[in-house]
Design a protein around this ligand. Sequence first.
Ligand code: TRP
Ligand code: SF4
Length: 400
Amino acid sequence: MYEPRVLSGMRPTGALHLGHYHGVLKNWAKLQAEYPCLFFVADWHALTTNYDDPGSIEQSTWDMVVDWLAAGIDPAQATLFIQSQVPEHAELHLLLSMITPIGWLERVPTYKDQQEKLSNKDLSTYGFLGYPLLQSADILIYRANMVPVGEDQVPHVEFTREVARRFNHLYGREPGFEDKAKAAVKKMGSKKARLFNELRTRFLEQGDAEALGSARVLLEETQNLPRGDRERLFGWLEGSGKKILVEPDALLTESARLPGLDGQKMSKSYGNDIALREDAESVAKKIRTMPTDPARVKRTDPGNPDVCPVWQLHLVYSDESRKDWVRKGCTSAGIGCLDCKQPVIEAVLAEQAPMRERAQTYLDDPTLVKNIIADGCEKARRLATETMREVREAMGLAGS
Ligand code: TRP
Ligand code: SF4
């Protein structure tokens, strides 16, 4: 609807691993070349579950930013910032909390799931219940329409859409809305205005969805309308109020999933991960000692790649001819497991080499990282302030 904008965040959980690289960061790096992107460290979200360990959050924040930069997230293309340095997120969270029914939050699937999973912690807190609403504030404050996330986060984006809809419904009806909308149509120029009104009537009176689509395109193509007028017309078109907050869509990441050393999902807490910038020796050792087909006990026993976690890595790192070599060699006992693992070790090391190199620049001069984040926070804050001005005004808090 408005200018395209991508936003995503990550909780600072310590050194990232290759699963994050293949599952998330490669996708971010692709998106940054296509759209304006905002990527941020969700340190407040980390506090909702780790409120008893604030020191580790700070360290993890900076480690994670270096990992992002190492993975090719480019501050010249994307805006990188830290959530807690843009306090407007908290203000929007508070204001949205006024209109968010508690039942909506209790029904978000991650709420009970996480409480059960992290049963060693007391998560019956106000902050943890509000986790998805804080995430909504993160997204809505930038009017981001694309939110790249994993499957588990889709309910949070859905929830955000509902919050935005409720907000627009409650506060999009400004005094004199009809008159302001009609005045805005006139600003489109007489030809476009006539067409727009026709399409709107066709949608409102006959439910013609195609007419609605055409009218939206017409609005998108009208460049010179002030933002407030665009918001009015997108709402007026559908018979609703001003669309102050933008309903986002989840962008499901389709990139390859990299399993861990034991074939399970790669995760630091399972102890089956390879860190993004892990040193070469440790990488080689971890892969050399990876479990293989448990039925292949002796070198002369044929194996079955389908039950072997090493094969999973070949699926990500090897081309057809090498996969062929593995399949044939394994099932005929023509190659040993160490032979099979060697090209995987080399491929992982080759992937990590440029990352390690990029990271070194930032480790040698940490002020580079601080400056990147300071710039990003400033940029993010400018955008956030603009939205908050409208939100405050709509809620009777303009202060003038
Ligand atoms: N909840 C997300 C996660 O755990 C992190 C996050 C916080 C986020 N705010 C966000 C992701 C806004 C996307 C958009 O992965
Ligand atoms: Fe696994 Fe390769 Fe050994 Fe076969 S040869 S069991 S695929 S490590």
